[in-house]
Design a protein around this ligand. Structure first.
Ligand code: GDD
Ligand code: MN
Length: 358
């Protein structure tokens, strides 16, 4: 018998058909091995009878939250965790894919010192019920590979999770975007000792999966955010470099245009430089200095322009003088490359500390 208290968090969206048998199984565990077991269901206004069903059950250890404003699996889980007051938390799917029998072993693993427990399909003894289409399988594999830089867990995509409430409270700012709250928690709570408990992942009997294309796209964003979180400097500098490269290409293209439209060559060059600078500003602000929200946009823009002065002058001078004897695109390319080379480290540091810094 497990003495400590455990709360199971169940995010649900249109799972009314699956709930009865799942709650039965959970109740058996409550009787047999975890006396202080509670259940928190966070439903996103499914309107499928979930509310009536839970109300009629009338079990004091089950609490249902119906959200009408927020949506989404991860934010539902976080909503549930914020209401939790037990020592241990378990998060699982409501569709019957995750076997509740595994819960006691997950809690025991945590009692024995694990930071985090994952119900895993991909460790010895784990399995997935046949009938997963090739597409879903490939999908899951790709997503798992993308998670590799952050954790060695074999099944980081699992939504069957266990941890101490204390661990959750230690998490750095969570970003409940998308589906992969497990991966998010493992990274943001700094969990080192993750135990994978084998499970047999069953195909749901009722309803259907909510893993849409949008959800997969969100996962891609999620992974990018996590790289920013774990390697902020590297990501910032690389993004700055890539934006710079894109700016060089844009500049050469713009020169072809402006020199055709504007009669004065110098004015054409200046216009191309100014537009390129604005392009770089926009993307640097989004991609390289994503946390920079401390100064008003206009001040940042002004600072950026000032910082660009040296490379801009170099670039202007080279483009202008080389174009006497060469094609404007060629002159522009040399100008922008030399200008950027002169400026890259200086500009990056100035942008970082002066323009987008605090
Ligand atoms: N409250 C709420 N809001 N719950 C949601 C939402 C939502 O927007 N979207 C999904 N859920 C609930 C579902 O009702 C279900 O209980 C659970 O979240 C998982 O959703 P499924 O739609 O069943 O996901 P899946 O089967 O495609 O994905 C499963 O496999 C993945 C690994 O391949 C889940 O177990 C994932 O957690 C897991 O990562
Ligand atoms: Mn499912």
């Amino acid at each position: 018998m497990i003495q400590e208290s455990v709360t199971i968090i169940l995010p649900t969206y249109k799972e009314a058909d699956s709930l009865p048998s799942l709650i039965d199984k959970i109740e058996q565990i409550k009787k047999a091995s975890i006396k202080q077991l509670k259940l928190i269901i966070v439903d996103d206004d499914s309107q499928d009878g979930t509310i009536d069903f839970i109300e009629n059950l009338n079990k004091p250890w089950i609490t249902l939250f119906t959200r009408t404003e927020d949506r989404g699996l991860s934010s539902a889980v976080i909503h549930g965790l914020d209401q939790c007051d037990s020592e241990f938390c378990i998060v699982m799917d409501a569709d019957g894919s995750h076997p509740p029998d595994t819960i006691p072993s997950m809690v025991e693993a945590l009692q024995n010192g694990a930071d985090f427990a994952v119900g895993s399909r991909y460790v010895q003894g784990g399995s997935t019920q046949d009938g997963w289409g090739i597409l879903r399988w490939v999908n899951s594999k790709i997503a798992t590979i993308m998670a590799r830089p952050f954790t060695n867990v074999k099944d980081p995509m699992s939504g069957f999770l266990g941890f101490r409430l204390e661990t959750y409270h230690q998490a750095d700012e969570l970003n409940p975007i998308g589906y992969k709250i497990g991966l998010e928690l493992i990274v943001k709570c700094g969990c080192k000792n993750v135990i994978e408990v084998p499970i047999h992942f069953k195909t749901r009997k009722y309803g259907h999966s909510k893993l849409t294309f949008k959800v997969q796209w969100e996962y891609f964003h999620h992974v990018l955010r996590l790289v920013r979180y774990t390697h902020p400097k590297l990501v910032s500098f690389c993004s700055f470099g890539i934006v710079g490269l894109s700016g060089a290409a844009i500049y050469v293209l713009l020169l072809s245009l402006t020199t055709q439209i504007i009669a004065s060559k110098q004015l054409a060059i200046i216009t191309a430089i100014w537009l390129t600078m604005t392009w770089n500003f926009y993307w640097d602000r989004r991609l390289a200095f994503w946390n920079a929200r401390s100064r008003p946009l206009f001040m940042q823009y002004l600072g950026f322009v000032v910082v660009c002065a040296i490379p801009v002058i170099v670039n202007f001078y080279l483009t202008n003088s080389l174009s006497e004897e060469n094609a404007i695109q060629y002159a522009g390319l040399i100008g922008v490359v030399v200008g950027s080379a002169v400026g890259i480290v200086f500009n990056f540091l100035m942008s970082k500390f002066f323009v987008f810094g605090n």
